[in-house]
Design a protein around this ligand. Sequence first.
Ligand SMILES: [Ca+2]
Length: 344
Amino acid sequence: MAAMINLRTVALITSVALLLAGAVYLIAIRKEMEPISAAHEAAAQCLAAQGAGERDVLVEGGSFQMGGDQYYPEEGPPTQTIVGSFRIDRSEVTNAEFAAFVEATGYVTKAERGLSEDDVPGLADEYKQPGSMVFTPPEVMRGASPLSWWQFVVGANWRHPFGPSSSVEGKENNPVVHVTYEDAAAYAEWLGRRLPTEAEWEYAARGGKHGEEPSDAEGEQRTPDANHWQGMFPVLDAGSDGHKGIAPVGCYAPNALGLYDMIGNVWELTQSVYFPTHDEVQIAQMPAEGFDPAQQGVPVHVIKGGSFLCADNYCRRYRPEARQPQDALLASSHIGFRTAADVE
Ligand SMILES: [Ca+2]
């Protein structure tokens, strides 16, 4: 009898413990899944909703250490770099701003036109249709290949970011995406502006003359106040930073120069071609149109700042020194830009 009671007691305690564990787990999941954190509750806090202000800020030139050696090899070696004074947009170019450019000029983006044989000799027919690369989260984790979460979607472009049945209606203040280097440069030129160089971009992201130098002090705990990914990438975007996917521009705290979303939200195109190092001697041996060992022969530009897809468990590229190569002819659902201008 006593043995039976003991068995029942053990079973009861075990059940209660399992229930409690389950409840704690559910609470943890719910906390992770909270859609909007208090800090980002109202869209009115976002820059675009605050009304017109100065388009850009003046960045006083100076010298800084570009790159770093703490994370990825292409970020090194750290290199003392001088930049002149320049102006740079406070925020990423929005769908509304890009729409005004298209309205005024009739411009048609590369993703709307499609690639040709001249662009890429021998290109498979499926990639000649107008379209763009769209992040498509797999239902379950299938290895670590980006091929399992990037799809070329026919009909995807800046007006239809997920394909023909999607639109940017109600997303006028989101950064424009699915633009190539040429598209971004054309927009900037229309305004009498240009894209920032990588050095200018990184200097501005660090806060300029009195900004932050690379440091390993924050180490692996370095997590930004910026739109990035919480949860298990690429399956679950928990959105506990306030936004799943792309956020309207300027919803997170600006940096010391008053610049929004330099880190996170969308990667930003620069005018600089990409080499997998900052070492000038090595760069001198590489093709002038840029060089990415993973896609040799393809002209590549530097993109900066990371995106809403950067996660602790996958790509910790939400840092000023982070950089990636981007095919100059290919658009994508996580790449946008901001413009810069010379100082008179
Ligand atoms: Ca996010």
